[in-house]
Design a protein around this ligand. Structure first.
Ligand code: FAD
Length: 412
């Protein structure tokens, strides 16, 4: 969809990523889905070797100094590999965002650079057993003791619980403060004493080492505080941009739709190709329209983020719209794709059942659809109520006697 606007450099980048994606063995995807591989480091090693990780970050740390729109183009290709490898690829961008924006020089050299080189593996640890949506209600505690913080608590559903070298962890440093001022962000190395307890049996998106991590008196040196003490909310809000905007890439669902369209062009029922039935071809029409609408929104928002358009609240709303709309539309498209394939779509003869299992998660993690709705309406109300009616006052465009009937506008 973004095709028409892509520059020659962006087209070259897409080809470069496409070449990388084609080298990933099919067996790896199958073994990850079968939980035979729990954390495929070799994928990150090779992406790093090709200088394809964290494309937005400055070249001195191993990035390419590109923009969000470029990264989205790369992600379109990566996402054809399924959600688990896309997640591992994106984690570099998400955790990297925290390190790049809030890290000091020593932290960037020690963590960001080797992560972008594919030599060190990162994870983010926000969600706790007591709940993920209520992020600011976190209970993991970091108590200051001399030159260390001592962490106690648990996080769950952490991709890379098995496999990551370090975790970006949020913990309470000021229990008395208001929710947004209680948390700090820390870079916690596994070797500092993090225990990985339980790797979950997941419906899809397998092979990312998703598990529970436990901190029992884990001593974290004070130089591993990321940003200011009690400034965790700033890091969190910054990281939610990459975390949610990546949902707007449609590589996987476009690929599945294409599988269905090719099938519909060959498969016959009642003596004719099934694409000749409106019930089938209109699903194709609706699906491609949905995906193009997702891309149009996602790339516009990527550009708005790149250019810092509007307030941070406005950008938060746009990014949340992408997360909600993109994940819901992609779920619908992949579901319709399965319908078009009929019974064989429900089997592992086609990759659609795996994509459907993968895509169900997207509406839950990194802020559920409901949480996105909470943000979207909140920021929208805040915006329109602060500025009043700026354009034509359409509410007054009624018959004159109705316009004067103000006593009929009863609000309480
Ligand atoms: C496979 C997988 C991988 C994950 N990877 C990571 C990771 O790497 N790092 C990490 O930190 N987390 C990760 N998560 C956690 C994920 O982000 C959370 O599961 C998600 O944010 C929801 O939190 P919860 O599961 O605690 O549900 P809850 O917060 O308990 O929510 C339960 C339900 O209540 C709804 N709800 C909650 N609050 C509201 C509200 N205010 N208004 C309306 N509805 C509401 C939710 O939408 C949901 O439907 C992962 C999860 C999974 C399943």
């Amino acid at each position: 969809m973004y095709e028409v606007f892509a520059t020659n450099e962006q087209k070259k980048l897409r080809e470069e990523v496409r070449d990388f994606v084609k080298t990933i063995p099919r067996q790896l995807l199958i073994d990850m889905d079968a939980d035979k591989v729990r954390f495929p480091k070799e994928f990150l090693v090779e992406a790093g070797r090709r200088n394809l990780l964290g494309l937005r970050f400055p070249p001195e740390y191993g990035g390419r100094g590109l923009k969000w729109v470029d990264e989205m183009i790369a992600l379109e290709e990566i996402s054809t590999l399924g959600s688990s490898l896309t997640c591992l690829y994106s984690l570099v961008s998400i955790v990297g965002e925290g390190l790049s924006v809030f890290g000091n020089e020593a932290q960037k050299q020690k963590y960001l650079k080797p992560t972008l080189e594919g030599k060190m593996y990162c994870a983010e640890a926000l969600t706790e057993p007591r709940g993920g949506s209520d992020f600011f209600g976190a209970t993991t505690v970091a108590r200051k003791e001399g030159s260390h913080y001592v962490l106690n608590g648990q996080k769950r559903f952490i991709v890379g619980a098995e496999g990551a070298d370090y975790f970006l962890v949020y913990a309470v440093t000021n229990p008395e403060a208001a929710p947004h001022d209680r948390l700090s962000a820390f870079i916690v190395e596994r070797d500092m004493g993090v225990e990985a307890k339980y790797v979950y049996g997941l419906m899809g998106t397998r092979g990312g080492g998703t598990g529970r991590i436990i901190f029992r008196d884990v001593r974290v040196p004070e130089e591993n505080l990321l940003g200011e003490e009690n400034g965790g909310s700033k890091v969190f809000y910054q990281m939610m941009i990459p975390e949610r905007i990546v949902s707007g890439t449609t590589g996987s669902s476009r690929a599945m739709l294409e599988v269905a369209a090719r099938y519909a062009d060959k498969r016959k029922a009642f003596g004719q190709k099934i694409r000749d039935f409106e019930g089938v071809s209109f699903k194709i029409a609706e699906s491609i329209t949905k995906l193009d609408a997702v891309s149009a929104l996602a790339y516009t928002v990527a550009k708005a983020v790149d250019e810092g358009i509007g307030t941070s609240g406005y950008r938060r709303r746009l990014v949340s719209e992408v997360k909600k709309f993109a994940t819901e539309m992609q779920w619908e498209v992949i579901n319709d794709t399965m319908q078009i394939l009929g019974g064989i779509g429900y089997t592992s003869v086609f990759p659609v059942e795996r994509a459907l299992r993968d895509s169900r998660l997207q509406m839950i993690w990194t802020g559920s659809s409901e949480v996105m709705s909470v943000i979207i309406q909140h920021e929208y109300y805040k915006d329109i109520l602060a500025k009043g009616v700026e354009g034509r006052d359409v509410e007054a465009d009624v018959a004159p006697d109705e316009a004067e009937a103000t006593e009929e506008k009863i609000y309480e």
